[in-house]
Design a protein around this ligand. Structure first.
Ligand code: NAD
Ligand code: UGA
Length: 466
């Protein structure tokens, strides 16, 4: 076997583990990188031409190094044994039952990955907490690893949270604003920190590799997501005020964003933020505050999620009201099902909540998304709390292969995801094929409402006067 400078294992071949460690592999040809998962279907897909996640640029990265220094395997134990650095990149969803249900992070997968590491390791390891976790999880990881370690094997734990956003993961990973590494401030902790920094230094300038103590690093990840989501809830709360006053939220965002202290990014009003992390991580932060008896702090952050739910309900109410206060038996066409453009990921997507509402009202819901599979849509909508199951979904939902056929004969189009292709559609043709009056509800402030009105559409846009 080749004389590798080091061997890296990544436990969890998901949206984070897959892209992150594929980029490490392409940037560090002197390291062997193995990405492992307990899910054989996911690993098989990573080894095929049809990768399990859609992310612009990912195919090229994987193709360039797969089976050279990048390996996808279900042999979790083998990869643990041979590696010096082990990333733990497993899912940390919101707990569904028990203490902290609906709020706290479920750390089952983190714990089982740690137990596995301790059980099979035959040499000392650096264990990197990549998943997003509550503050002080590294301490629990260390307790589990040390209590189960054999023959005096050492485990040094680092916190190395991931800041990539889906849809731009590869560019984010190639040029991160910062890489954060937290460690204990002991000689061993600092040595481990340096070993990981040396990996990133293959492509990230040293001044962007920030080091700090473990707890600051863990909390910084939750803080970053909370602040980002807070910006969206802030602009969305203002969008309600815009609709009530005749102000235009895009103009307000532009004006305030010109202040260099506020800045222009992440101020796009929308039907709501989605994605697997914002809500989960804020609830996790709220739970942490509550358990530390910081009630006011907990309430402050909870409001970010409250406004997000309010925004979805407000949009639905506006749609129903415009459609003469009833959507029963009407054809409502949802354009976009992913939680944002350039991803096939639907976790916590606003479209799921909208579809649920329209199903409850017995509407016929047409759905088109360029990247989300039919199976995924049917699965999401069959979840308990969304519908009574697959029978109801099959009765009320029709999935289409393109926007034009989805829009045919519809009463209304609802833009749920800001896919570029929705901007380029021929709305004249769509208008002709729709029932009249033909409505467009733009949940993403994506389309030029005045052009659409010239065609004949009735247009309602979030944060803009009707
Ligand atoms: P994911 O569900 O896509 O992937 C997690 C994978 O871990 C799954 O494939 C699962 O089978 C595997 N797994 C679980 N337990 C395992 C075990 N014991 N051994 C081997 N494999 C195991 O999740 P994700 O979106 O990649 O998120 C992972 C973590 O990263 C979460 O904590 C999340 O909060 C955080 N995060 C996510 C993003 C994002 O954009 N999705 C960004 C930053 C941080
Ligand atoms: C987010 C963060 O941006 C990442 O830094 C972080 O690593 C990640 O969460 C995570 O921890 O999982 P992601 O959820 O993939 O990334 O995507 P974002 O671009 O942040 O979008 C989240 C949601 O907010 C989407 O539904 C998006 O449409 C919405 N959004 C975003 C707005 O409504 N307005 C905006 O101005 C920006």
């Amino acid at each position: 076997e080749k004389n590798w400078k080091g061997k890296i294992c990544c436990i969890g071949a998901g949206y984070v583990g897959g892209p992150t460690c594929s980029v490490i592999a392409i940037k560090c040809p002197d390291y062997k990188v193995s990405i492992v998962d307990v899910n054989p279907h996911r690993i098989a897909a990573w080894n095929s031409d049809d990768l399990p996640i859609y992310e612009p640029g990912l195919d090229d990265v994987v193709k360039a190094c797969r089976n050279r220094n990048l390996f996808f395997t279900t042999d979790v134990d083998g990869a643990i044994v041979e590696s010096d650095i082990i990333f733990v990149s497993v899912n940390t969803p919101t707990k569904k039952h028990g203490l902290g249900s609906g709020m706290a992070a479920d750390l089952t997968y983190i714990e089982s990955a740690c137990r596995r590491i301790a059980q099979v390791a035959t040499s000392s390891k650096i264990v990197v907490e990549k998943s997003t976790v509550p503050c002080r999880t590294a301490e629990s990881m260390r307790a589990i690893l040390e209590a189960n370690s054999r023959n005096g094997i050492r485990f040094d734990i680092l916190s190395n949270p991931e800041f990539l956003a889906e849809g731009t993961a590869i560019t984010d990973l190639f040029g991160p604003d910062r890489v954060l590494i937290g460690s204990l401030q002991t000689p061993e902790g600092l040595a481990a920190q340096k070993a990981l920094a040396d990996v990133y230094a293959h492509w990230v300038p040293r001044d962007r590799i920030i080091t700090m103590n473990l707890w600051s690093s863990e909390l910084s990840k939750l803080a970053a997501n909370a602040l980002l989501a807070q910006r969206i809830s802030s602009i969305n709360s203002l969008s309600a005020l815009c609709e009530a006053t005749g102000a235009d939220v895009d103009e307000v965002a532009f004006a305030v964003g010109k202040d260099s202290r506020i800045g222009p990014k992440f101020l796009k009003a929308s039907v709501a933020f989605g994605g697997s992390c914002f809500q989960k991580d804020i609830l996790n932060l709220v739970y942490l505050c509550e358990s530390l008896h910081l009630k006011e702090v907990a309430e402050y952050w909870r409001q970010v999620v409250v406004i997000n739910e309010y925004q979805k309900q407000r949009f639905v109410r506006r749609i129903v009201h415009a459609l003469f206060d009833t959507v029963t038996s009407k054809k409502i066409c949802l354009l976009g099902f992913a939680f944002k453009k350039n991803t096939g990921d639907t976790r916590e997507s606003a479209a799921i909540g909208l579809a649920k509402y329209f199903m409850d009202e017995d509407a016929n819901v047409h759905i088109y998304d360029p990247k989300v599979t039919d199976e995924q849509i049917l699965m999401d909508l069959s979840e308990p709390g969304i519908s009574s199951g697959i029978e109801e979904v099959k009765k009320k939902i029709t999935i289409f292969k393109d926007a034009y056929s989805a829009a045919e004969d519809a009463d209304a189009l609802v833009i749920c995801t800001e896919w570029d292709e929705f901007k380029a559609l021929d709305y004249q043709t769509i208008y002709q094929a729709m029932k009249k009056p033909a409505f467009i509800f733009d949940g993403r402030l994506l389309l030029d409402a005045s052009e659409l009105r010239k065609i004949g559409f009735k247009v309602e846009t979030i944060g803009k006067p009707s």
